[in-house]
Ligand binder design. Structure first.
Ligand SMILES: O=C(CO)[C@@H](O)[C@H](O)COP(=O)(O)O
Ligand SMILES: [Co+2]
Length: 222
């Protein structure tokens, strides 16, 4: 399949959020990545349900909601109602992960589990069959603009092997420090959904950057 690009609005201008949503709408982006942080699971607070609802009102692309919160099962229905097309919960935040994943699917959302850089891929073996997508964190969650962690490539090799064995349709998302310099190598390593925050919104021409993430190897800038 062709890979998907999901700009993260964490790096957007929150005072001009509608403008930045329209920018994504009119770009080659496939998804809109929404980072929800609670100041507990991660040392940062970002945005919550009212903002997700406001984004959904203007979004023409599916919302890929990444919950970096403790006990995310408390809010799954709320995020579905706020407009989430897919819901990502963290392995590290869910003691009853199987039940949490079933609830996400019963709500009609795509179910995704994220793992932090220190969490080994092997821990996903008994849940992978139930998932639509796995998110490999390539930075420690909590902040945009961090340096990509190279061990991600090893983790991609591991998740690719599990995917081949148990769930060939599984999507593999990479989140953190993705940009025009590493996306081609990440595609080669087996990832097919790419979150990009700073690479997009800190660039001079965000739409052109999205286009070049969508077509790596092709010079999309004139
Ligand atoms: O989930 C997170 C951070 O915790 C991400 O989605 C960031 O928003 C990605 O930002 P960049 O590393 O691409 O700037
Ligand atoms: Co994210």
């Amino acid at each position: 399949m062709n890979h998907l690009v999901a700009p993260s609005i964490l790096a957007a201008d929150f005072a001009n959020l509608q403008r930045d949503i329209e920018l994504i709408n009119n770009s080659e982006a496939d998804l809109i990545h929404v980072d929800v942080m609670d100041g507990m699971f991660v040392p940062n607070i970002s945005l919550g349900l009212p903002v997700v609802k406001a984004v959904y009102k203007h979004a023409k692309k599916p919302l890929d909601v990444h919950l970096m919160i403790v006990q995310p099962e408390r809010y799954l229905k709320d995020f579905k109602e706020a407009g989430a097309a897919s819901i990502t919960v963290h392995y590290e935040a869910c003691p009853n992960l199987h039940r949490t994943v079933q609830v996400i699917k019963e709500l009609g959302c795509k179910a995704c589990v994220a793992i932090n850089p220190h969490t080994t891929v092997a821990l996903l073996e008994d849940i992978i069959l139930d998932l639509d997508m796995v998110l490999i964190m390539s930075v420690n969650p909590g902040f945009g603009g961090q340096k990509f962690i190279d061990n991600t490539y090893k983790k991609l090799a591991d998740i690719k092997a599990l995917k081949r064995r148990y769930n060939p349709e599984l999507l593999i998302e990479v989140d953190g420090g993705v940009d025009e310099t590493n996306i081609a190598k990440l595609i080669d390593a087996g990832a097919n959904v790419f979150v990009a925050g700073n690479a997009v919104f800190a660039s001079a021409d965000p739409s052109a950057t999205i286009a070049s993430l969508k077509h790596p190897g092709i010079l999309s800038r004139s």
